[in-house]
Design a protein around this ligand. Sequence first.
Ligand SMILES: N[C@@H](CCC[C@H](N)C(=O)O)C(=O)O
Length: 284
Amino acid sequence: MRLPFTKMHGAGNDFVVLDATRAPLDLTEAQLRHLGDRHFGVGADQILLVERTATPGVDFRYRIFNGGSGEEVEQCGNGSRCFVRYVVDKGLTDKSTIRVETLNSLLELRLQNDGRVTVDMGAPVFEPARVPFDPSGLEPRVVADSPLWPLDVNGERVEIAAVSMGNPHAVQVVTDVDTAPVATQGPAIESHPRFPRRVNAGFLQVVDRRHVRLRVYERGAGETLACGTGACAAVVAGIRRGLLDAVVDVETRGGRLTIEWQGGDAPVLMTGPAVTVYEGAIEL
Ligand SMILES: N[C@@H](CCC[C@H](N)C(=O)O)C(=O)O
């Protein structure tokens, strides 16, 4: 099968985007991993599948697969911005505000005049069972509004906030992201037994109340240049600890995202770039 695709990125988090709006596309995990493979395939952190939906009031469905593992996941922030750029550029819609369903959420996305995209990512979830995170037998240190859970990681004690943005995140505060143990702790946290569906591991450096630096070791993909849901989870965790204001610029290794959260049940708003790199086709 010859499969056309579009290569895109959002702040350096890169995607192979596939059009399944005209005919269904059923790919195996092995084919998805091949698309994600940087040596033998196209190479991408995630594969995005754009579909139509019959759900009333919803314009599209988009499905997300991690490029390293081929598994389907619930949410992808940078991918959602690329999804909007894709459906607008391909003429699949003429709307500038688009509603899309993912595996477990409904998102509203707006293309801005400057080409950036703002996404209503919904409200964050902290209830451990819904992250999901197993806190049994652990005593959290509570700072302001936020329980910080002690985790044993490679024999060290690490304090994390457990947050779901539709997908699971473990966020820890570090003094300097450049020297943070992302490569060693990242995989250990990703597969930590207290996260039954595994987890994305965030390392957050607070520069000031409106500016942070962030690295994320992603579930099923390894460290990426940016993680949109990771940025939302990290800012929300920082706000709950009383470290950050409601609007924060997040500097990642691939670009800058702006995250806004007014607290409580308010949705998290994420704004950032979405760029098409090239079009291609691959034999699968
Ligand atoms: N890069 C993404 C997140 C993709 C999914 C993640 N690896 C997971 O398994 O939950 C983003 O921009 O949010």
